[in-house]
Write a protein that binds this ligand. Structure first.
Ligand code: SF4
Ligand code: SF4
Length: 114
């Protein structure tokens, strides 16, 4: 905190080239609709789990696409596979299968951090 009563956030750099894209590639191969996500947030808005916990499939999709797998590797366990998000996705992403496939990928690549 400085004398102005606020402080600057730490620099947040996304090093896309240095990140690990193995999870994103695995999911896209097994569930190609994963590539169609435009991060609109419809899934997160309707998500049963998201209504009660800090959980957002939109955030998970964005982070996995970036190759930032640490938080998604932990958060993805909260999804209860109810499938409501599939009904609202404007891009026809099979979100439920994305979650199932992402769990497989995190297990395969040893990512379940946090
Ligand atoms: S509703 Fe579909 S397009 Fe929108 S963020 Fe969710 S998965 Fe992506
Ligand atoms: S399947 Fe998972 S991400 Fe989709 S609405 Fe249900 S709890 Fe949320």
């Amino acid at each position: 905190m400085n004398r102005f009563g606020y402080s600057l956030s730490k620099a947040r750099v996304i090093d896309y080239d240095a990140n690990n894209h193995a999870v994103a590639e695995y999911i896209a191969e097994k569930e190609p609709s994963f590539r169609l996500c435009i991060a609109c947030g419809g899934c997160a808005a309707t998500c049963t789990t998201g209504n009660f916990t800090e959980f957002s499939l939109r955030e998970i999709n964005i982070l996995i696409h970036r190759g930032e797998n640490r938080k998604p590797g932990s958060d993805i366990r909260k999804c209860m596979l109810c499938g409501k998000c599939i009904l609202v996705c404007p891009r026809g992403v099979n979100t439920r299968n994305v979650v199932i496939t992402a769990r497989e990928a995190f297990k395969k690549f040893g990512i379940n951090a946090l």
